[in-house]
Design a protein around this ligand. Structure first.
Ligand code: C2E
Ligand code: CA
Ligand code: CA
Length: 427
């Protein structure tokens, strides 16, 4: 039994936030069918109550609930994820002594599965993990056994490190300009997070944002991002560049009222021009609260942009209701704009649709002059992409802005937008 418990691959944990971890443990009577045959249905039906009572006595700190005729749920909060194993062992040990059933002593054989997550981990995910753990414990066909499902060790370690990284200042924001196509000027930029890991080097958001979301760290991480963007905007302003900075907001935060209140407080107190990029799919998840919260952002002057438009499920019904001022066409359509027959049609109709809804259109992922030219002809309002600049650190961004201003000599502004983009590209 111990060998089963201490195998390193068995622990499922997401991340530590604040102090508490949550254990979700399922305890099942494996020999329920046998006991029922012996005791009869009526007595067997209340067996689970006796089991629950014994678990309450053994683990007084646990919330114990009978959820079926032979199944009990335990929820425990703890400071250490490692104690899941000890908790499960204690639950098993509780049934080493037989239960007294109508004056007869019967041994209840236990199968047990458990999962651990951060205190605010997704409840459904945690429940599913525990169910899978229970299923694999059953498969092992032992009278008393337990399985604890595992996130890859590496991901678990990274999630723990990320929690610390936020406080240690290992996260940085890079900036990528958005260029106004007609006015040919940079009026805003998107903040894109990077993690300067002490040993793994620069980690891109795709490799840690999903983990932050799963581990319940995204709330804290995003408040840090907003705070840092405000600080960076002030630095930019001190160099003479007054830009609106866009921050990416994960979908799950749109129904997190505490986050929304915190973000509004920060943004409202800053005097900095901010924008939030949210994907349309994140609105579809819980439209009522997402729309209400986006409205709260819009009401205090935060510009809302719909990110990755066209990449996920799009719903015109929601689009119309969103207090968004910008629509960002997903880069998938933009990078293939000049090589596909279908994508130009989609882009063109998206631009028209956005304009009809009084939104400005941003094309992201603009990498070529051909795409830039086509988008300009189609009436796209703003351009973002490697053709103009890759996302760069604050210092490099300020240098880029300075050189861009320099380039705006009369003969350059007289030249076509294509030529201006060419100059940018060579920079
Ligand atoms: P996104 O919001 O769609 O950001 C655009 C991504 O496209 C960025 O990747 C950017 O570097 C990349 N990109 C920009 N121009 C071009 C181009 O011309 N061609 C191509 N192929 N790619 C281009 P990055 O920085 O790796 O970010 C990936 C995703 O991570 C972002 O997608 C966003 O969803 C997320 N993310 C980034 N920063 C944050 C953050 O602070 N918070 C949250 N919640 N998510 C973030
Ligand atoms: Ca974005
Ligand atoms: Ca995007």
């Amino acid at each position: 039994m111990d060998a089963l418990l201490d195998s390193s691959h068995l622990v499922r944990a997401v991340a530590r936030t604040r102090s508490a971890w949550r254990f979700h443990v399922l305890v099942e009577a494996a020999n329920f069918a046998d006991l029922r045959r012996y005791l009869g249905c009526a007595r067997a039906d209340v067996l689970v109550d006796d089991m629950a009572e014994r678990l309450r006595q053994t683990l007084p700190e646990a919330r114990v609930r009978a959820v079926g005729r032979n199944l009990i749920e335990l929820d425990v909060e703890d400071d250490s994820p490692d104690r899941l194993v000890a908790t499960m062992l204690a639950a098993c040990d509780a049934f080493k002594a037989p239960l007294d059933l109508d004056g007869e002593r019967h041994l209840v054989k236990i199968v047990i599965g458990g999962a651990v997550g951060a205190w605010n981990a997704d409840e459904v995910l945690l429940a599913e993990e525990a169910e899978q753990a229970l299923a694999s414990a059953r498969e092992q066909d032992r009278p008393v056994t337990q399985a604890i499902r595992a996130l890859p060790r590496d991901a678990m370690k990274l999630a723990e490190e990320l929690s610390v990284a936020i406080d240690r200042g290992e996260l940085v924001l890079f900036y990528q300009p958005k260029v106004h196509a007609r006015r040919q000027e940079i009026t805003s930029a998107e903040a894109l997070i990077r993690w300067q890991h002490p040993t793994r080097g620069l980690i891109l958001p795709g490799d840690f944002i999903p983990l932050a979301e799963q581990a319940g760290l995204i709330h804290r991480l995003t408040l840090w991002t907003i705070e840092q963007a405000i600080r960076d905007a002030e630095v930019m302003r001190s160099h003479g560049y007054d830009l609106r900075l866009f921050v990416n907001i994960s979908g799950q935060l749109l129904s997190d009222d505490a986050f929304v209140a915190g973000a509004c407080r920060m943004a409202g107190a800053s005097g900095v021009d901010l924008g939030f990029e949210v994907t349309e799919t994140s609105v579809i998840r819980d439209p009522e609260s997402a729309i209400a919260n986006l409205q709260r952002f819009a009401d205090i002057g935060i510009r809302v942009a719909i990110d990755d438009y066209g990449a996920g499920l799009s719903s015109l019904a929601y689009l119309k209701q969103l207090p968004a001022r910008e629509l960002k066409i997903d880069k998938l359509f933009v990078t293939q704009l000049t090589s596909s027959n279908r994508d130009p049609l989609i882009v063109r109709s998206t631009i028209d649709l956005a304009h009809a809804l009084d939104m400005e259109v941003v094309a992201e992922g603009v990498e070529t002059h051909a795409a830039l030219a086509l988008l300009t002809v189609m009436g796209c309002d703003m351009i973002q992409g490697f053709l103009i600049s890759r996302p760069v650190a604050l210092d490099a961004f300020i240098t880029f802005m300075r050189e861009d201003r320099h380039r705006r000599t009369p003969e350059v502004t007289r030249s076509s937008f294509n030529r201006l983009a060419a100059t940018w590209k060579r920079a």
